[in-house]
Ligand binder design. Structure first.
Ligand code: T4K
Length: 392
């Protein structure tokens, strides 16, 4: 992709009438696609054997390979991350109130409320952006049955801190690991913590199966229950032994997963190089900071998170507006926080009082594009846009 111009001052900004820096939109969440020929070969095999869904051979292969890669006992592939969350939530028997972050994608809260469970929002650690165990403790009531914590941006939560609270109060602990495939804590990969962990393999994730997701666990009984729930509760032909839904992954999605799994290290490396370039370009500007990668030697570098200090001379929204004008479609994930979205705002009009860090962080974050299709000039262009905004 061609970079059309050098931005030296405000008059060079598309916002002020100049040509955009990029001729085509640069998206956050542009899918990474592995070897096309290998995918087409697998697609032909699917057509030849006429097995399209219902726990086919490719789904079984994908589950086995993911379990091996993550070092866990069971991987149950699903049609998407949201249904995977719903199934995990039911399988571990969450009910009443469950403590969640508000600073997460809306699916985390929806997966609970969709099943009549009340999401209770607890605050995050402003450094890591993940659920703060001290804040969780404050939100426990007699109706609390569990904690659903998000490894946001692929950063592992304070797993030990949350597990200690779960043990003390007899709560279930489930992780929304939608961002954390191939991330880890010290030597252990995300996938085996808590009762269960839930991944998303949506097109916008660094590893995708078009749409898809999975629940991973080391608990044999739980894995069996979730396999039943994923397929209407069927145990063999004509025999339903459990309530269930349709959470099955299709063979074409599993084929995409198998092909993409072969390229996962290359994608992480591309993300890591992008991340380093962003740090070099942006961390020298006073008031801007690329969120450091916290806590592990394993990280997928899927999200490049820029924090804009409120004292910076351009606001976060002004920067996003200027970038969009340049065709760089940076995002304000996960602004304004679930508690300020209509369904939960009405439920908890005063939630902001106990979520100061959530509100501060949600108001200052910009997620920048990365992945295998990122033009190498993007980090410097973004730096120049920010400098032009504040030096004019
Ligand atoms: N928990 C967490 C913490 C999550 O982040 C998510 C999903 C879930 C649970 C639920 O998992 P799934 O049920 O989705 O498997 C996107 C994704 O749709 C969503 O999967 C993801 N999180 C979330 C963080 O991002 P939007 O509404 O921002 O998507 P959208 O359509 O604006 O796409 C993002 C960008 O990607 C756009 O600039 C366009 C680009 N794009 C998108 C698609 C689908 C492409 O270039 N190609 C594509 O095929 O939610």
């Amino acid at each position: 992709m061609e970079r059309f111009k050098k931005i030296r001052s405000a008059s060079d900004l598309a916002l002020n009438g100049a040509e955009p820096a990029f001729g085509e939109p640069i998206h956050v969440g542009r899918p990474n696609i592995g070897n096309r020929e290998a995918f087409i070969k697998l697609t032909n095999e699917i057509f030849d054997c006429r097995w399209l869904s219902n726990n086919g051979p490719l789904v079984e292969q994908l589950e086995k390979r993911i379990a091996e890669v993550l070092g866990i006992e069971h991987c149950i592939a699903m049609c998407n991350g949201t249904v995977a969350l719903e199934i995990a939530i039911r399988a571990v028997e969450l009910r009443g109130e469950v403590i969640v972050p508000s600073y997460t994608f809306i699916a985390t809260a929806h997966a609970l409320s969709w099943q009549g469970i009340t999401p209770v929002f607890a605050d995050i650690d402003p450094i890591t952006h993940t659920l703060d165990p001290v804040a969780v403790r404050r939100m426990i009531t007699p109706r609390t049955t569990g904690i659903l914590a998000t490894h946001l941006w692929g950063t592992p939560c304070d797993i030990d801190g949350l597990q200690a609270i779960a043990d003390e109060y007899g709560l279930k602990l489930v992780f929304d690991a939608a961002h954390a495939f191939m991330s880890g804590q010290s030597k252990k990969m995300i996938g085996g913590f808590g009762q269960a962990e839930v991944f998303s393999f949506h097109a916008t994730k660094f590893f995708n199966t078009f749409e898809g997701g999975a629940v991973t666990t080391n608990d044999d009984d739980l894995a069996n229950t979730m396999r039943l729930m994923r397929n209407f509760g069927f145990d063999g032909l004509d025999n339903v032994i459990h309530p269930g839904t349709n959470g099955k992954m299709t063979e074409i999605c599993a084929a995409m997963g198998l092909v993409n799994l072969d390229h996962v290290d290359e994608v992480i490396e591309a993300n890591r190089v992008n991340y380093d370039n962003y740090c070099k370009a942006l961390n020298l500007i006073d008031g801007l900071r690329v969120l450091p990668i916290h806590g592990s030697r394993h990280n997928n570098y899927q999200y490049v998170v820029l924090e804009v200090d409120p004292r910076f001379r351009a606001t976060r929204d002004a920067i996003v507006g200027a970038l969009h004008a340049e065709n760089i479609l940076a995002r304000k994930y996960f602004w304004p926080g679930c508690h300020r979205m209509k369904p939960y705002r009405e439920l908890y009009p005063h939630a902001g009082l106990v979520l100061p860090n959530t509100q501060t962080v949600a108001d200052r974050v910009i997620v920048l594009p990365t992945g295998t299709t990122l033009p190498p000039e993007a980090p410097e262009t973004i730096r120049d846009v920010c400098l032009a905004l504040v030096t004019s």
